[in-house]
Ligand binder design. Structure first.
Ligand code: GAR
Length: 200
């Protein structure tokens, strides 16, 4: 199964996928290309260090969302991508792109959906909101992407305890280590395996 990973920042989830492929915990999957909307995203350095093509495609370089969506869909079609993985990708994808890759886009979100998700909940903000609300358990979710924000069918979730004295940063780190980097490669494996058995 050929995947594209879309990123905006540090790329630790991208790294978790790269490591899982290298260590053969993730099989039958090849990362064909990494696409960032930010030129200076460290995720692009991770791609280069691992011999994976990396490109920056910025929505602001296109006249409108449709033009951006069309270009991105065509670009990924040229790579014959089976699955688009949003790994810390902070752009809301346009409708035409979601239609072009319907059922073939997944996202990792750093909370147990339906808590702390939707517009405005991304990155550290999610953990700030969880701490503000005083939840004792949070976690991460992998879900299919539909036209809403964090509304698509849930594929996998993993819970993580909030600890006394947690800051947004310490909580984010624990959620990444204990949940995100675990369930994202597993969800990709599940989809790759089912695609393989379908094609066999
Ligand atoms: C991750 O925590 C990811 O779950 C989150 O951004 C971070 C990116 O980190 N995504 C969202 O908040 C999407 N709504 P990374 O670049 O190190 O993988």
């Amino acid at each position: 199964m050929k995947i594209a990973v879309l990123v905006s920042g540090g790329g630790t989830n991208l790294q978790a996928i790269i490591d899982a492929v290298k260590e053969r915990r993730l099989t039958g999957v090849s990362i064909e290309v990494v696409v960032s909307n930010k030129e200076d995203a460290f995720a692009l350095t991770r791609a280069a260090d691992n011999g994976i093509p990396g490109v920056c495609i910025r929505p602001k370089d296109y006249p409108d969302k449709d033009a951006y969506g069309n270009y991105l869909a065509g670009f990924l079609r040229d790579y014959e991508i089976d699955l688009v993985v949003l790994a810390g990708f902070l752009v809301v994808l346009p409708k035409n792109f979601i239609e072009a890759f319907a059922g073939k886009i997944i996202n990792i979100h750093p909370s147990l959906i339906p808590s702390f998700c939707g517009d405005g909940y991304y990155g550290l903000r999610v953990h700030e909101a969880a701490l503000r609300r005083g939840v004792k358990v949070t976690g991460a979710t992998v879900h299919y992407v539909d036209e809403g924000t964090d509304t698509g069918p849930i594929i996998a979730q993993k819970a993580v305890y909030v600890e006394e004295g947690d800051t947004p940063e310490t909580l984010q780190k624990r959620v990444m280590e204990q949940a995100e980097w675990v369930i994202l490669p597993r969800a990709i494996q599940m989809i790759a395996s089912s695609l393989e058995s379908f094609r066999a």
